[in-house]
Design a protein around this ligand. Structure first.
Ligand code: 5AD
Ligand code: SF4
Ligand code: FES
Length: 360
């Protein structure tokens, strides 16, 4: 047996094991991918769940150094979808048997916003007669807000830790209370205690980030016992402070390959969580999402945002699907998923099996 084969046969990976897997090349790398595919097939099945993505608003109070829609960037026209537009996207999801949607936006607080989301959640539940499950991705909020949204019908919440190393976190965000590592961690814990299915994730290939950091990210996911993960390559954006480090980054291809390895390793470590094949992966490689599905991912988020807003929701550059209507993304993804050898779980919520196990 090679070293990688020995590691892959272990029930629990150590940090050293993770570093070997992240650095694996050639045959070893393919062994890792093969094992991840096997685990996916036996533990969650070859079914992919759709989460219709609604990019609700690009207003954001924060200034993360990597993100194109940071408050400090005046290049984009700021928008908020109307309730009617959201409900139209919800109807599309309903008619097309997407049993689940994600509402995402820049981080906003304030009564109008919080009330607005609460009322949308109630409307969605009513209009879909409970058929549509909603995932929120609306950043850090107070416990009270998280609780209200949960009571109004939200089932899952995505909040990426972004990087699990607090020192690295500090280099990627302004140093103030609003961008505080501990606060983010506390928000994740609060979501968990309220009863959400909790998803988190990281960016891969950031400036200053090392393989050691990525190994720690994987251990963080395991220790936190997450239900869902969304990870993708970091992609530079010209209107952001981190852009000046663009020459120090790993080449795009390597960032992509590391992202694939992160997905594969996480699938083997946490066999029955949901893992997204993220849009950022497709930004680098036209077949990026299919490749992620083949090494363990089992969730895809087709974009349902009205096309007129898409070019204003650019967290990173070269984001795909800026002109494609929901229908085009649907048939495109159907073909891609088919090519990856999976089927689509139409009409199924596709809840995290891991979450169900945690809450028998
Ligand atoms: N490249 C890749 N991902 C990014 N995100 C924000 N900016 C970038 C970027 N430049 C990710 C963050 C955030 C998610 C919504 O988008 O991880 O949590
Ligand atoms: Fe705002 Fe999220 Fe972008 Fe940070 S990553 S600036 S919170 S939209
Ligand atoms: Fe949008 Fe392929 S997923 S066009």
């Amino acid at each position: 047996m090679t070293i990688v084969e020995e590691i892959l046969a272990k029930p629990l990976f150590s940090k050293e094991d993770l570093l070997v897997l992240l650095g694996s090349q050639n045959v070893d790398r393919l062994k890792l991918f093969e094992k991840a595919k096997e685990v996916k097939t036996t533990c969650v099945g070859r079914k992919v769940y759709f989460r219709g993505l609604i990019e609700y608003s690009n207003y954001c109070n924060k200034n993360c150094y990597y993100c194109g829609i940071r408050a400090g960037n005046s290049r984009y026209a700021r928008y908020q979808m109307t309730d009617a537009e959201v409900m139209e996207a919800v109807s599309y999801a309903l008619v097309n048997d997407y049993a689940s949607i994600v509402i995402q936006s820049g981080e906003r607080t304030g009564k109008t916003f919080v009330d607005g989301i609460e009322s949308l959640l109630k409307m969605i539940d009513r209009q879909s007669e409970g058929k549509i499950h909603v995932t929120l991705s609306l950043g850090e909020q107070t416990r009270e807000t998280y609780q209200r949204w949960f009571d109004a019908g939200a089932h899952r919440y995505l909040l990426r830790i972004e990087v699990s190393n607090p020192e690295l976190y500090l280099k990627l965000h302004p140093n103030n209370l609003q961008h505080n590592y501990q606060r983010r961690l506390d928000a994740l814990k609060t979501l968990r205690s309220i009863g959400y299915q909790v998803g988190t994730g990281v960016m891969i290939g950031l400036p200053f980030q090392t393989l050691d950091d990525l190994a720690d990210d994987l251990l963080f996911f395991r220790d936190f016992d997450i239900d869902m993960a969304g990870m993708g390559p970091y992609i530079e954006h010209a209107d952001t402070p981190l852009f000046k480090y663009r020459d120090e980054l790993l080449p795009l291809k390597e960032r992509f390959d590391l992202s694939l390895k992160m997905v594969a390793i996480l699938r083997i470590m946490m066999k029955n969580i949901n893992i997204a094949a993220t849009t950022a992966m497709q930004t680098i490689d036209p077949q990026g999402r299919e490749k992620a599905l083949m090494v363990g991912a089992n969730v895809i988020m087709p974009n349902l945002t009205p096309v007129k807003y898409r070019q204003d929701y650019l967290l990173y550059e070269n984001k795909p699907c800026l002109d494609e209507e929901a229908e085009e993304c649907k048939s495109c993804l159907e073909a891609r998923i088919h090519m990856a050898g999976d089927t689509i779980g139409y009409g199924e919520w596709g809840d995290s099996i891991h979450y169900a196990e945690r809450n028998p």
